[in-house]
Design a protein around this ligand. Sequence first.
Ligand code: GLC
Length: 641
Amino acid sequence: MTLGRLRPRLEERFASRIDSVAWESFTRRLDRHFASLFEPLYGMYGGEYDFFYHVETIVQTIAEMWVSRPQTLKGLDALREEDPTWFRSHRMVGATCYVDLFAGGFAALEDKLPYLKELGVTYLHLMPVFRTPVGEDDGGYAVSDYRDVDPSLGTIQELEHLASLLRSHGISLALDFVLNHTSDEHPWAKEALEGSEERQAYYRMYPDRTLPDAYEAHLQDIFPDDHEGAFSFRPRIRRWVWTTFHTYQWDLNYSNPAVLRQMTEEMLFLANLGVEVIRMDAVAFLWKELGTNCQNLPHAHSVLRALSAAAKIAAPTVALKSEAIVHPDEVRKYIGADECQLSYNPQLMALLWDALATRKTTSLRLALEKRFDIDDDCAWVNYIRCHDDIGWAFSDEDVTAAGFDPRSHRRFLTHFYTGRHEGSFSRGLVFQEDPKTGDARVSGMTASLAGLEHAIEIEDPDEVELAVRRILLLHGVIITIGGLPLIYLGDEIAMFNDYTYESDTNKFGDSRWVHRPPFDWRRTQDRYNDESPIGRVYQGILRLVQVRTQDLAFDRAETSLVNLGNEHVFSFFRNQGEHSALVIGNFSEHPQSVEAKRLRSLGLRKTLVDMFAGDVIMANRQLDLAPYQLMILATGRTQAV
Ligand code: GLC
């Protein structure tokens, strides 16, 4: 096979529905990416007797979805084919929110556009919006219908309208594709519960404990608070169903090619709504094999590569973003022009918090020196907080090299951020503490974790000042370091933890809800008030966004980590041709300095311009940094038009 045999059959099938010019653009992409589609499919299903039938049905699905793709999106496809790394532009500034908590619904969110534009947002990730079970739904990550939205948010037409409105304002919409599992209320699961064997084969289910026990011997519990092990018993069908997360989230069975075909269609449905970045949820768990921990298996990558090829053929506008919160070496493997072009950067997130707690930046620097550099066609999504917990997802090797024992260091960090450590400024909550291993993760809003909640409570203006600076320091790094920064909306107005979730039966027990508060629009009224911490944080973030978007040193530029010889100070260069900037951050509450000769050896002059503060500074003998100060030094020709 195969393309030679498939093409005429496809043409025959779609001939009456398309014009020849458009068809030519489709077949050009099909020719170009067919090998990238075929190869992972062959790897996964090459042994099936009807393998070629499955290839054909998948290609037909891709063609079908392209045929039904709205014309305006096909126009955008043509533009993006010319500029496939559009997401690396320094104009890209991301934000994320829950539609209900931020605005109420899709229509109401349209009214919030001026706020997003003021902040400079050009990428908006809306947390899951699709239909889920009533009550517990893992914050939307238990999808009951990939084609219909949660009715309390509005209609699918309103979502489509929102996507197009955002696009016309230069904002790319990002949505989740929860592809590892469906809810147990999805029609496929319901049919499986009614006994349909075809649908039961969509999931992984077993009549007795033999295989579940054999698998579990190598698995790690993901949500130990919810259930032990990875399986849940469903008495109605007398089956053990694979449920990595909650018992109502059923893992899909990608070893069944029909599932991949179906999910290709669901993903392209999202693309056809006008979604430009698709967040591939929980990708580490997509494939299972006996005798392994069933995380990050080679065929998890095959699934993604096949979906990526499908998107490239049917909807080249789209970029895929991987959500793999795993060991940093594994995180990187999901990133690639032919897999996920974007990836969360959990290592940076975890190590920024590490540096704030320890006041030392060595682990951060060592880890990024090894792992920050990725393919030029791809980009990191850098974040401080997201809707999930903070897991200590860094490599043992890097923290060991910085002089810490990884096990006790992780425990220290959890204690520090949950306020159990003496002298901690932080107000986080523990998440999914595993009694067997002692592992735990942390929940909390940025401002609460960084000390502002505590400082305001004890009414200490000096502590308030330090906390504001910590928040800006973290944002300064994610906004300038290279990749797409993602602001967790609410952080820009320094919102605190919301403890009310404890009295909601659907949320109680899942401490992640502490950092999912309703957006407090009243606080935004204070955003221009330089005297208030809210205003200081907001104005600071705004300034950082301006520096990023106005300065060519941040446009698709290289990042080089710099060791300035002071372990409390983190630094990196951004270089793009003749444009460059040096970012320097002091991660301690004490003043720090850097020897001027170090700066000179990097080619810096004695007189420096700090673009963040808007100051000219002299560094004759040394450069002085105030507690938690962030500097963005202009070191080359910079201003963009
Ligand atoms: C991802 C989501 C998380 C969810 C899990 C299961 O990790 O970010 O919120 O609980 O997937 O879908």
